[in-house]
Design a protein around this ligand. Structure first.
Ligand code: P6P
Length: 340
């Protein structure tokens, strides 16, 4: 196939550098390390059925979740790659109880929060999984790195994105100047621009939630889900329920087609299940940059002031008008309660 104007990730980043003030190419070096790690994880994910790396590692992570072997492999690969970038001082990973301080990099400028392999419960059944990353500058690089560097509001992210290991392997990311998608061309092992300027439709006909938890959702969420099922041609209802149980796969579909993703509070998880620093904040940055919205039900996700490395928040995110509709139910309920 002739060189048909392919734009590789490398070329795109260089072109964009002036837009996001990547002084000295530091952020570009981090992206190159993320790209290399993703290609290695992609290689392992693609052969998972052939080599004995399926199944459980036999350990559990800080979340109390059973670690799959690929979880641990992906975690090691990304932490090694980020450490070698020469730009990262601290890595906060879903798989590690504490932040990882890169030896000899105490005064480097960047922090990376990462979910090395999200959706890992889907590994053994060949459903799409992925890596989510979120990048911050350290407020005071002249000081030695500390855990505090990781606890920044999502609105301070300088970049965020995900790699999805699905029917094709893609990178979707933002540096605050829109959202762009790149597809890995296996023949040349390059991520090539395939989805420029992604914008999420303002409305959608898809809702994504684990309805197995319906009985323990707060009333307003139960009312909204009933609303989704009502027949009303004018608002394209009933909507379609689509939920894979892999955040990246559910998010990616809704980003491209429109829809709303919900992980409400439940009795067993009063703050929801998804983690703020390496799941909710990066996805919130992406969806807002694509013209959508992301909310906890009480505040904009990017405004949440973190207090713990692995803290969880409820999530309502996706098409702007659909998120707004959920909030109408939530706010109506709090108004009613307030007037009691
Ligand atoms: P549930 C995967 O473990 C994950 O963190 C997300 O990828 C996914 O959206 C969510 O959990 C699924 O949780 O409770 O519906 O199985």
């Amino acid at each position: 196939m002739p060189y048909s104007g392919l734009i590789t990730l490398e070329q795109f980043i260089v072109d964009q550098q002036s837009l996001y003030k990547d002084a000295g190419g530091s952020l570009s070096k981090i992206f190159r390390s993320l790209e290399l790690a993703a290609k290695m994880v992609n290689r392992d994910v693609r052969k998972a059925g052939l080599v004995d790396i399926l199944g459980n590692q036999g350990s559990t992570n800080v979340q109390g979740e059973e670690q799959k072997k690929l979880d641990v492999i992906a975690n090691d690969i990304f932490i090694q790659a980020l450490s070698r970038s020469g730009e990262v001082s601290v890595v906060l990973s879903e798989e590690n109880d504490d932040a990882y301080f890169v030896p000899g990099a105490e005064n480097e400028k960047y922090v990376v929060a990462i979910d090395p392999l999200d959706g890992s419960s889907n590994i053994d059944v060949n459903a799409s999984i992925g890596t989510i990353f979120s990048i911050y500058r350290r407020p005071n690089p002249q000081r030695d790195a500390s855990t505090e560097d990781c606890l920044q509001k999502g609105k301070h992210q300088v970049a965020a994105g995900y790699f999805i290991y699905g029917s094709s392997t893609m990178l979707v990311y933002t540096t605050g100047v829109g959202v762009n998608g790149f597809t890995l061309d296996d023949n040349i092992q390059e991520f090539c621009l395939s989805h420029p300027n992604i914008e999420i439709p303002e409305d959608g006909k898809i809702y994504s939630v684990n309805e197995g938890n319906l009985a323990s959702f707060p009333e307003p969420y139960q009312q909204y889900l009933a609303y989704c099922k009502e027949k009303d041609k004018a608002t394209f209802r009933p909507y379609s329920a689509r939920y894979i149980g892999s955040l990246i796969a559910d998010f990616h579909r809704n980003l491209l087609k429109g829809g709303v993703f919900l992980y409400p509070p439940t009795q067993s998880a009063p703050k929801g299940k998804l983690r703020l620093m390496y799941e909710c904040n990066p996805m919130a940055f992406l969806v807002e940059q694509a013209g959508g919205a992301a909310h906890t039900g009480e505040e904009r996700i990017l405004q949440v002031a973190p207090s713990e490395l692995h803290q969880r928040v409820p999530v309502i995110m996706g098409s702007k008008n659909m998120v707004q509709k959920v909030l109408e139910f939530v706010e109506q309920s709090s108004l009613t309660t307030a007037n009691l």
